[in-house]
Ligand binder design. Sequence first.
Ligand code: ADP
Ligand code: MG
Length: 333
Amino acid sequence: MKLREIGEFGFIDRIAPLGSIRTEGVVKGIGDDCAVISVGGPNYLLVTTDLLMERIHFLKKWASSELIGARALAANLSDIAACGGTPLDAFISIAIPDEVEVEWLDGLYRGMAEMARAYSVNLLGGDTTGSKSDLVINIALTGTVAPDEVLFRHTANPGDVVVLTGPTGQSAAGCDILVHSPELPEQTSRALIRAHLEPTPHILQGRVLATSGACTAAIDVSDGISSDLGHICRDSGLAAVVYEDRLSVSQELISAAAAMGKDPLEWVLHGGEDFVLIAAVKSDKLADLEKGFKANGLGLFPIGEFVQGDKMILQRSGGQREELAWGGWDHFR
Ligand code: ADP
Ligand code: MG
């Protein structure tokens, strides 16, 4: 059997049961943005790891090594944010092909260290090896969260509001622009490429959600709304309705889509790597939470609601309903 037959998530489902050997202290194992571990202190330990592969996740020619390093850590920080946590310490492993210059690697670490400094993260270790072909970067990041603040994927309730902490689709559009180099006004392509190369992890948004008492579940948008909202739905045993007219479609997305013969909604619904959060929020607490976000200078965007059922629905601006099929990123499909 080939991996494309079961997909990335089918593979993870297949290996998940093998992981649980010693259950003591394991609050959440395989299947969320971070592993959540009780190590005896008052707070839980969060652990996440992400592997970036040259030519799969990035091309060296697209960005400086500083940006690649910062982005690699940002992706990990985003998973800590999705669990409502505060990041702690990072461990960086790299496999380096022959032709890579030391100065390029210096830049990679400068970028990582700058991102680390912005979130008070220590770089405490890692591993270094050669590579026969591509550059590989793996970062493992720990974090911490109080037991009554941790946000999971499996705990949304019917009637909860689906909220986003920022716009989606910008990063995927930026990636498409890097790949296809369409004719576009400089300002438009710069904004979208920047969204792709320089994402900001939503750590503060995650903390506001976690401490609000209003949020019942969360995930970060690494693979796209349809995929990541799909994870909350599946793990919570629910479905969701998303309203087209509540989705933010920026002017940049509209003009890039027109130039590239695309539907901007494809990026908004199925494009990954925006690293904003999708959360489930108790409907009677939404107004207070919106005030809390505003007080912190942050945006909160309700886009739908969780309902009983097993199929996600997209309600078009005209009122028609269609299935919102799982169309996000899967490495093997
Ligand atoms: P995210 O996109 O939030 O980083 P993933 O979709 O990569 O999450 O992973 C989902 C879950 O599967 C996580 O709990 C992750 O630790 C686990 N996982 C992914 N790949 C593997 C693997 N090869 N072995 C064990 N667990 C894995
Ligand atoms: Mg995640």
